[in-house]
Design a protein around this ligand. Structure first.
Ligand code: BTN
Length: 254
């Protein structure tokens, strides 16, 4: 029985025991006519996908492996900002259901005590001026007790950080409730104007030194938070602001 307090998001939930990837499953369902706001969940992912072609470690039964199907009417260039919207929703949902101080690592990782608890992967099927569907995939490490050696330094779970387990349903529901609210704020301006201040309040390393690793050159500066388009403003000597557009760039605290 769902206690989900949303108006349109998650009114239809596709829940699976095992899928390759909830994003793949969601894309298929979207092609086959699944409605805007449908949510796909799985207990087990056999081939969970991360960004930049990486794989996403998804142990059975202990995380939230979830994908949202959206069929919006805005232009494709707005879609990347939804990943930042989702990061905001996840950080808020985690804070409210666990009491942990979740932060956002720009653009769209959610961290607790500087380690990653959530990753987001947005995929879109679109023409130049028309979106067929967007899938926002979100993996939250809830009750995972241990991680493979390769990621143990950088990954954590809500269980590891709080020392207790949490109801995955409660966390997922709260995240969805936040996303519905945040999405409606986003839609008003089709940018992050209405969410920017709260996003920046949750930003890890804000006003601290960061190193920007851009394929076109590396540099240091002070992170001043995002602008309305979701670009990170990095202040360099002489107070000049450089806008960092998500993509191939990576930013790390120093
Ligand atoms: C990243 O940080 O690299 C993004 C990770 C996204 C993982 C989630 S788990 C649910 C959804 N299905 C997938 O295959 N990936 C996303």
């Amino acid at each position: 029985e769902s206690r989900l307090k949303t108006r349109w998001l998650g009114k239809k939930v596709y829940a699976y025991e095992t899928v390759d990837s909830t994003n793949n499953r969601a894309k298929q369902l979207a092609m086959d006519g699944a409605l805007n706001g449908s949510v796909v969940l799985a207990e087990i992912q056999t081939a969970g996908k991360g960004r930049r072609g990486r794989s996403w470690c998804s142990p059975p039964g202990s995380g939230i492996w979830m994908s949202l199907i959206l069929k919006p009417e805005f232009m494709p260039e707005c879609a990347p900002m939804l990943t930042l919207v989702m990061a905001h929703s996840v950080a808020m949902g985690i804070r409210e259901t666990t009491g942990l101080e979740a932060f956002i690592k720009w653009p769209n990782d959610v961290v607790v005590n500087r380690k990653k608890v959530c990753g987001i992967l947005t995929e879109m099927s679109a023409e130049v001026d028309y979106i067929h569907h967007i899938v926002i995939g979100c993996g939250i490490n809830v009750n995972i007790a241990g991680f493979p050696d390769e990621i143990a330094q950088t990954a954590t779970s809500l269980l590891n950080e709080a020392g207790r387990t949490f109801s995955r349903a409660a966390v997922a529901e709260r995240v969805l409730e936040w996303f519905e609210k945040d999405y409606e704020i986003f839609i008003k301006d089709l940018d992050l104007t209405g969410l920017r201040d709260t996003y920046n309040d949750l930003l890890a390393g804000r006003d601290g030194m960061v190193r920007v690793l851009d394929p076109k050159g590396e540099y240091n500066g002070i992170s001043r938070g995002i602008d309305a388009r979701g670009e990170l403003l990095v202040e360099q000597e002489g107070k000049t602001l450089r806008k960092v557009y998500a993509g191939e760039v990576s930013v790390r605290g120093i």
